[in-house]
Each structure stands twice: as structure tokens, then as C-alpha cells.
Write a protein that binds this ligand. Structure first.
Ligand code: MN
Length: 230
């Protein structure tokens, strides 16, 4: 048996190593910070909901480098969403929140880049979010930092500057559904696998970017991520 053509594996660098983390799936959590949920029109604590991006939507950016994200087609309203990304190292279904940490391989800084105009139209018409969320290069991501180095991340500043001006600034402890609870909920719907990435949601302050903008994201104890829109 041979492949008809070489299979392609999306992968993200591992911090402090030559190893690559092979990406299986990218799960994303919607409206997971109170103030962002409000700016998106939500009220009260809703159960977490999920959407996906294709694995090869990752745009890996090694430490100290500036990634280049092409401004996507079919939008005039590309938004940034800075997010803590959890990398899964051990799979499982129906994982209890109390056991979730055993399934975490590491963490990264990610951007859930969004064609907000297409997402808004899809919401209005009851259509899928795929074109608004799951497009090429829609998931810029830093190197993955192993949990053995970072420890368990439950709090710490998360921020994003655009061209040196602060756009998003919050704290991981403000997640509505924390990482452990998110893994518990998500693993009721899907059998998690090694290589899964979970974008855990963005704080308030999402806004548009344009060609030439420099996005500088960071999460305390995890790392940073720099991306230029080209
Ligand atoms: Mn998001």
C-alpha cells in the first residue's frame, strides 16, 4: 500500500526542542469571557459551544519570528481574537474536569482570526460558521510550551497589541468555562486525540485589522506571538 501522493501533516514547533507537535484537530470555544460574550450579544452563562477549524489552518510562528498572514479573500472585516491554546497529549472521552490536566501536553498563544462579516451573515441566516472561522491561515499560533515547563495555567495576563496600541487585555482566570471544564464539555461531544488543539476563547476588545498591521500577542508563563497581516 502506498499513498497516491504524500500525506501532509499540519504541525506546530515545540519550544526549546526540534520536535514538531502534529496537529490532529482544532477545536474552538465561543464566547468564553463575560465581557466578550456581552460584546457579541450574549447574556448570562450559557453552556460552552464549540466550532472547528481545519488542522492545516495553523500558521505556526517560531519564537522570535514574525509570522505573515495573507489578508484573506471574501472579507472586508478581518478580526483578531487572542486566545490561550491548549495542546492535548492524551486522548479520551467523557473526561472529568478533575482529570483534565493529565490530558494536557502544553500551551500556546493563538489567534482565532475571523472574517466577522461572513460570520455575522451566517449567524443571521442560520448557516454554518465555516467560511467565517475555518479558512486558510486563520489560526496563527506560537510554539507549544510543554506543561512540564509552564506548570498548569489557570491565571495570568492575556493581551494583544496592534501596531503598539493595546486592543485586548484580560486574565486567563476570567474564562467563563476554565480549561478543565472546557475539556470536560468538549470530550462529551468528541473523543479527544493526541494532537488536538483547543482555542479556549477570546476576551473583549476584538476588532478589525488591515494589511500592514503588526499583531503582538502574549500570555504570561506561556509565551508570545507576532504576526503581520500582508
Ligand atoms: Mn475565538
Amino acid at each position: 500500500m502506498t499513498f497516491a501522493f504524500p500525506p501532509q501533516t499540519a504541525a506546530v514547533p515545540v519550544s526549546g526542542s526540534d520536535a514538531l507537535f502534529p496537529v490532529h484537530r482544532i477545536y474552538c470555544v465561543g464566547r468564553n469571557y463575560v465581557e466578550h460574550a456581552k460584546e457579541m450579544g450574549a447574556t448570562g452563562r450559557e453552556a460552552p459551544f464549540f466550532f472547528m477549524k481545519p488542522a492545516d489552518a495553523v500558521l505556526p510562528v517560531a519564537h522570535g519570528m514574525i509570522g505573515e498572514m495573507p489578508y484573506p479573500s471574501m472579507t472586508n472585516d478581518l478580526h483578531h481574537e487572542v486566545e490561550l491554546v491548549v495542546a492535548i497529549g492524551k486522548g479520551g472521552k467523557n473526561i472529568a474536569a478533575a482529570d483534565a490536566v493529565q490530558h494536557i501536553w502544553g500551551y500556546a498563544v493563538g489567534l482565532d482570526m475571523t472574517r466577522r462579516d461572513l460570520q455575522g451573515e451566517a449567524k443571521k441566516l442560520g448557516r454554518p460558521w465555516c467560511t467565517g472561522k475555518g479558512f486558510d491561515f486563520s489560526a496563527p499560533i506560537s510554539a507549544i510550551h510543554p506543561i512540564a515547563e509552564t506548570g498548569v495555567i489557570t491565571q495570568g495576563e492575556i493581551r494583544l497589541d496592534v501596531n503598539g496600541a493595546s486592543r485586548q487585555k484580560s486574565n486567563i482566570e476570567k474564562l467563563i468555562w476554565n480549561v478543565a471544564e472546557t475539556i470536560e464539555h468538549l470530550s462529551k461531544y468528541y473523543a479527544l486525540q493526541p494532537g488536538d488543539l483547543i482555542f479556549t476563547g477570546t476576551p473583549e476588545g476584538v476588532a478589525a485589522v488591515k494589511q500592514g498591521d503588526l499583531l503582538e500577542a502574549s500570555i504570561a508563563k506561556v509565551g508570545d506571538l507576532r504576526v503581520k497581516i500582508v
